[in-house]
Ligand binder design. Structure first.
Ligand SMILES: Cc1ncc(COP(=O)(O)O)c(C=O)c1O
Length: 404
């Protein structure tokens, strides 16, 4: 996304023309940004040569997964559907890890049949279920166990996953007990310890703590793991003032850890790869002026982009054409959905805009389209990939006929 003569371009195409061609709301991705993000993620951790498994929950568009695969990246999946789409995208099963606290019998069986790299189990009951299936198939299965390291990730409360009060992973004492119990299991091979403490993390120190907990537990258990899966969670800058994660420090911490432990590192990044590759183009339907505020009523709603309503997160909203006329009044950017939480942003001032103007909601590539719904019986928007001067519809706009 860049400005030329006060107009937004996505790669070489003026965003206004994309909106004209495909209508609004529409998700628009830049291929070049995706490529750059992958290259810089790889570069940041070049010295530790990790296995990178893209977190499919952050974006499960088949065409995007196919592009990501071409960079040699694997997948982190959390359902049979995500596993199926990762395989359909051509991702090597030996680069797929399966996370999640509620995998069903059918999902575990399917994952075993597809010979994926490993299933990251999150409870003793799940481990028993995997063992049962393995016994039935008379096969020894590689698994990981997700540790709950009881770490505060210092991120939004609703996307924190690494504290004991969170539902994820197994706490230290139980973790050690289970390891001991399964030491001579005929059907399970515990090859991985996994952790994931939350998302949108911009401070390296929670990661530092997480790694020191992992280090301690490996020493206590005396178990030989082949992989340590450090999850994802690397944050992005949703606005210019936000902090960004110090990758150099994080990489150094891991390097130090690897001097003590001969393991392969797995990462499961989602947001850091895909979030800032996309904008959601939306049209102003009406402007409702009250004494206190201007309500900018958009044609995109919380059904198209759920993050603000779900987590209270904010995304920048930028007009496709900039001007210098500033209106000093509160502007609430809201959708058409019949819910008061259907609000994207509230600003103290904004440039003068008019009905029918198009705006771009920024950084919506992760947890954007995947969280969209048909709430209020609205169709889901299309997804469009921009590559230099070419446009490709990578998911068509839903038709009302298909959902009624
Ligand atoms: C187990 C696991 N791995 C990876 C991710 C991806 O996280 P992010 O998109 O913040 O990198 C998540 C998301 O919360 C997760 O739950």
């Amino acid at each position: 996304m860049n400005f030329k003569k006060n107009k937004i371009y996505i790669e070489n195409i003026e965003a206004k023309n994309i909106a004209k061609k495909f209508g609004t709301p529409s998700y628009c991705y830049s291929f070049n940004k995706l490529k750059k993000n992958i290259q810089s993620f790889k570069n940041n951790f070049k010295s530790i040569n990790p296995l990178i498994c893209f977190s499919v929950k952050s974006n499960s568009n088949l065409q995007i997964l196919k592009e990501i695969r071409k960079f040699g990246i694997g997948a982190d999946v959390v359902s049979k559907g995500e596993l199926l789409i990762a395989l359909k995208a051509g991702i090597n099963p030996k680069k797929i890890v399966f996370s999640g606290i509620g995998k069903t019998f059918d999902e575990i069986k399917f994952a075993i049949e597809k010979n994926i790299l490993l299933i990251n189990a999150e409870s003793e009951s799940e481990i028993n279920e995997i063992e049962k299936i393995a016994k039935n198939k008379n096969k020894k299965i590689d698994i990981g166990i997700r540790l709950n390291p009881n770490i505060n990730a210092k991120t939004l409360k609703k996307i924190s996953t690494g504290k004991n009060e969170d539902k994820f992973g197994i706490e230290e004492l139980n973790f050690l007990k289970i390891l001991k119990k399964l030491k001579n299991s005929k059907y399970l091979n515990i090859i991985c310890l996994s952790v994931h403490i939350g998302s949108q993390i911009t401070d390296y120190r929670p990661y530092e703590k997480m790694i020191s907990v992992v280090d301690k537990i490996i020493k206590k258990s005396k178990h030989k793991f082949d992989f340590i899966d450090l999850g994802g969670g690397m944050g992005i800058k949703y606005d210019n003032k936000a902090k960004s994660l110090n990758y150099k420090k994080y990489n150094l911490i891991i390097k130090k850890f690897l001097k003590k432990h001969n393991v392969k590192i797995i990462f499961e990044p989602g947001r850091s790869i895909i979030a800032d590759t996309a904008v959601l183009l939306t049209k102003i339907i009406y402007i409702k002026k009250t004494n206190k505020k201007n309500f900018i009523i958009l044609d995109a709603g919380m059904n198209d982009l759920m993050r603000p309503a779900l987590y209270g997160s904010t995304h920048q909203i930028i007009p496709l054409k900039k001007n210098n006329k500033v209106i000093n009044k509160i502007h609430d950017f809201v959708g058409p959905i019949c819910e008061s939480t259907d609000k994207f942003l509230s600003l103290k001032k904004y440039q003068k805009v008019n009905e029918k103007d198009i705006l771009a909601i920024y950084d919506v590539g992760a947890y954007g389209m995947v969280l969209s719904s048909n709430y209020n019986l609205r169709t889901k928007p299309p997804e469009i990939m921009i590559k230099k001067s070419s446009l490709r519809v990578i998911l068509k706009r839903q038709k009302l006929n298909n959902i009624i």
